[in-house]
Design a binder for this molecule. Structure first.
Ligand SMILES: Cc1cc2nc3c(=O)[nH]c(=O)nc-3n(C[C@H](O)[C@H](O)[C@H](O)COP(=O)(O)O)c2cc1C
Length: 367
């Protein structure tokens, strides 16, 4: 029999304890120093009898015992065993993704017996949570002197466009014209995409708000920031959209088109846009309700839903629009003053007027 350390786990230190995190089977436990040393002897397939051959009888007996325990705990896999097969299938499919992707995926993958609370249980849990700590506020303000956005009365013309037409028309725009956006239309778009719905009891006891876009648990962790390059009636620069007050809060910085391009992973079409909405997520809002790694997935889904709303509203308005997830998080965190431990950068929606078509001037979609 030959055994080796399984590769469906990660090791980390937690307050001085070495933890074996078997993400495939959702089992975590401490590895003792002896177990760790035995694991090192089986980094590659080896026969325990060969490893024990040069040891004193007492030591050999101890190693055999630890090996048996580690095989039982699936820390060591026996060559040709079902666990070995599982490990090989995992590495064949996920090897190229790297250890962190497969760790996150399988650690946050639910199992057949994963617990889901009933509505009644959720209510009880909610009461306990509320008693322990209030939910983080669903809106953020950075506190600078705001720029009022036009309120706008009644339904705008674009609101009457048939949904199916808008859906069929929606495309990612990567060529923008030089014309500016209008502050009123931008304000409208921000309100429809990011603002709360004017419904009764809009903020519930757990800090849930309703918006045009769905959000996991109604937490709406996503914040909208705007970089205005060409918006008539608005100084170029960075703003935070305070959705509760429907105002733009200046952040005191302005980027050149080159800086916008750099933030978008060197994609020039983003730098050429008249404005760009940068999405972040305040993790505490979602984490307050969902205290698991899977909440991270939910946050990513949230921004996807929100981006589609932005796509559809901008398309209905006749604007060019394109989303990108290729961006340099750190540059954006710095300019927004986000602490990446709490507010994470997610993506950009570029906005602008459509470029007038020149023959043969189309820009291909990235493959
Ligand atoms: C999550 C996500 C990330 C994207 N990232 C980029 C990007 O980095 N660069 C880009 O040019 N387009 C990006 N796009 C746009 C897609 O390339 C585009 O949706 C796709 O080519 C299909 O074209 P369509 O949007 O016109 O249907 C992204 C879209 C999504 C949904």
């Amino acid at each position: 029999m030959r055994v080796k350390v399984a590769e469906y786990a990660a090791l980390f230190y937690d307050r001085g304890r070495l933890v074996w995190d078997d993400y495939l089977h959702h089992r975590q436990f401490e590895l003792t120093e002896v177990a760790e040393r035995v694991c090192r002897a089986f980094a590659r397939f080896a026969d325990p009898e060969d490893v024990c051959a040069d040891l004193e009888p007492e030591d050999a007996a101890a190693v055999r015992k630890v090996v048996a325990e580690l095989v039982e705990a699936k820390v060591l896999v026996v060559e040709g065993s079902p666990e070995h097969g599982e490990e090989q299938a995992l590495l064949a499919a996920w090897g190229d993704w790297g250890a962190s992707a497969r760790h996150f995926h399988f650690a946050s993958r639910t199992l057949g017996d994963s617990r889901y609370a009933s509505w009644q249980e959720q209510d009880v849990e909610l009461d306990e949570k509320l008693a322990g700590s209030p939910p983080p506020p669903p809106f953020k303000s950075v506190g600078t002197t705001p720029v009022e956005l036009p309120k706008g009365n009644g339904l705008p013309g674009w609101a009457n466009r048939p949904l199916l037409h808008v859906l069929l028309e929606r495309r990612t725009t990567r060529r923008f014209g030089p014309e500016a956006l209008d502050l009123a239309e931008l304000g409208h778009l921000l309100r429809v995409v990011g603002g709360p719905l004017p419904v009764k009891g809009a903020i519930s006891r757990s800090g849930t708000v309703l918006k045009t876009t769905p959000s996991g648990g109604g937490r709406h962790p996503v914040e909208l920031y705007l970089h205005a390059s060409r918006v008539s009636g608005l100084e170029p620069g960075w703003y935070h959209y305070d959705a509760a007050r429907h105002v733009l809060e200046p952040l005191g910085a302005t980027w050149t088109p080159e800086q916008v391009t750099a933030s978008a992973g060197d994609q020039e079409w983003v730098g050429e846009a008249a404005a760009a909405i940068y999405y972040t997520a305040v993790l505490g809002r979602t984490r307050w309700k969902y205290d698991t790694a899977r909440a991270y997935r939910i946050v990513q889904m949230d921004v996807g839903h929100l981006s589609q709303t932005a796509y559809l509203v901008a398309t209905a308005m006749g604007l060019g629009v394109g989303f990108t997830a290729a961006l340099r998080d750190e540059l954006v965190e710095e300019v927004l003053g986000c602490d990446p431990n709490h507010e994470i950068v997610l993506g950009i929606t570029a906005l602008g007027r459509h470029a007038r078509r020149r023959a043969g001037a189309s820009r291909p979609a990235p493959s």
